[in-house]
Design a protein around this ligand. Structure first.
Ligand code: SF4
Length: 510
């Protein structure tokens, strides 16, 4: 992705793209509303929601540099896109209501939620309960009248065995929703469209990298199940991660390793680009990653070469993010520096083969699975413990795996790294994902290095990873809203932050 925040930018981009697909015709006009009490109202502009949403609505790829100029492109195409703070019922801080009008008269209203790390869920469509996370082929249809049993049966007859239409009946219309792991047969779609009582059909293809519904039987989905499964097998954390992803995606291990290799290439490109220097006007920190090597030559520094490379790499990725270059938001854009920065520094220093490094990312992914199925990655619901805390845990597991650690050592390293970050607040200065984000990413990288070293040396992690993640979740629930990415507390509430915000808004408006 490009942009400062996976929950604001990448999720909004996906929500916008799916919205236009469901509209079913070229976009003519859009109204995007945020609830006044929600987490996005104070900073939707600064944290890249407008950038992502506008890009998604205009079908600009999230890795395309044009996404930065989305607002100007909308004007050029004659598509008004209005952003507004309103009041409407929500049950998640990252909720957005979208009203889209099409060039041929269609109009749809969706309510969607960003779940963190670029994941989202659309929960309402045209006033009907509706659930998509963009990982299936979605087909939605509407009827003017309430359907009768014969009509439901006629629709079901057209569908493949095992595929079901979910109906929702409203006062003005009824809606049916069909999800499929595979592309809909065009003949079947045509037959559904031809049913005389169906007024409209829209199709939205999957937008997530892994399509759901192709899973085989899972050997484990929880930490407890993993421990039981692995008791007699003694697989490494990376092998377990790879197995999980293969069972989840239906892809072979070779295909998955290839995909991961490509992600590692993008991460390492973002380090190289950051080290060369990146530019973007709306940012607080300009290039600093080059300062470490310069200082190393000029003066005595505390630490050693590995520490310097960790700081340098993580800074370079964060600078690429702030320069709107392509990054891998693993686990999030705000926490994107830690994992790739520390893994590359360690692997370079110890001359670790590329295939070992690439496979170790599956150990990190395994820890990510427990977050995704638990507290998620959204700073708006749980602060920075869900971003750089998760990143530290993931990196610690990967590092332990690289050096031949058992799965218990890798997951123990993740536990220790996460124990050190419980309660970490989210308080980005001037609503930019830069300060204290850079320092938190670097600290997370060093934390991961220490935790993996401790685990490999036989230190006891005492609390198992699942209990630590559960603790993170309960601490998240008791965190004040002001410390969850709202710009209302912590460093975000300092006079300097207010001054910077004022100065940056002058720069971007001039
Ligand atoms: S403080 Fe942490 S969670 Fe908040 S924006 Fe920065 S990196 Fe993300």
């Amino acid at each position: 992705m490009r942009g400062p925040s996976s929950s604001h930018t990448a999720a909004s981009w996906r929500i916008g793209k799916v919205g236009v697909c469901l509209l079913g015709e070229p976009l003519a006009k859009a109204l995007i509303e945020f609830d006044a009490e929600g987490g996005w109202a104070p900073n939707y502009e600064e944290q890249g929601t407008v950038l992502g949403m506008t890009g998604g609505l205009l079908d600009i790829d999230i890795t395309d540099r044009d996404i930065v100029d989305g607002t100007a492109i909308a004007v050029k195409r004659g598509i008004p896109i209005e952003y507004k703070i309103s009041r409407f019922p929500t049950d998640h801080p990252n909720t957005v209501r979208i009203t889209l009008e099409g060039a041929h008269g269609a109009r749809i209203v969706l309510v969607s939620v960003s779940l963190g790390g670029g994941m989202f869920e659309t929960r309402m469509l045209q006033g009907h309960p509706f659930h998509t996370q963009g990982d299936y082929y979605d087909l939605v249809g509407w009827t003017a009248e309430a359907p009768i049993a014969d009509q439901k049966a006629a629709l079901n007859q057209l569908l493949q065995a095992g595929t079901q239409a979910v109906w929702s009946q409203g006062s003005a219309s009824s809606q049916f929703h069909i999800q499929s792991a595979f592309e809909f047969n065009p003949n079947v779609v045509q037959q559904i469209r031809s049913l005389e009582w169906v007024s409209k059909v829209s199709i939205s293809p999957p937008i997530m990298p892994i399509i759901a519904g192709r899973e085989s039987r899972f050997d484990f989905t929880t930490y407890e199940e993993l421990v039981a499964f692995n008791a007699s097998k003694s697989l490494s954390a990376s092998s377990l991660g790879l197995l999980y992803e293969a069972q989840r995606s239906g892809l072979s291990e070779v295909e998955l390793l290839g995909k991961m290799g490509e992600l590692v290439r993008i991460i390492e490109d973002s380090i190289a680009i950051g080290l060369k220097g990146t530019h973007y006007e709306d940012r607080i920190l300009h290039q600093q990653s080059h300062l470490i090597a310069k200082a190393e030559k000029e003066r005595l520094l505390p630490g050693d070469s590995l520490t310097y490379r960790i700081i340098e790499n993580i800074s370079a990725i964060m600078e690429s993010k702030s320069g709107m270059e392509v990054i891998v938001a693993a686990p999030t854009a705000g926490g994107c520096g830690t994992l790739g920065g520390v893994i590359k520094a360690v692997c370079d220093a110890k001359e670790i083969p590329q295939d070992v490094k690439v496979k170790a990312y599956f150990a990190a992914g395994l820890v990510g699975v427990f977050f995704a199925n638990g507290p998620g990655f959204s700073a708006e619901t749980g602060g920075c413990q869900l971003e750089t805390g998760a990143a530290a845990a993931m990196a610690a597991a990967a590092l332990a795996d690289i050096f031949g650690g058992t799965s218990e050592q890798a997951l123990g390293a993740a536990s220790m790294a996460l124990q050190n970050t419980i309660g970490l607040v989210c308080d980005p200065v001037a609503d930019r994902v830069e300060v204290p984000c850079l320092g938190k990413n670097i600290t997370a990288g060093v934390n991961a290095l220490a935790a993996s070293t401790m685990a490999l040396s036989g230190y006891a992690h005492v609390i198992p990873l699942d209990e630590v993640i559960e603790t993170v979740k309960s601490v998240a629930a008791s965190m004040p809203r002001s410390l969850c990415c709202t710009g209302l507390g912590g460093l975000a509430a300092t006079p300097t932050s207010a001054d910077l915000k004022k100065k940056l808004s002058c720069v971007t408006c001039s």
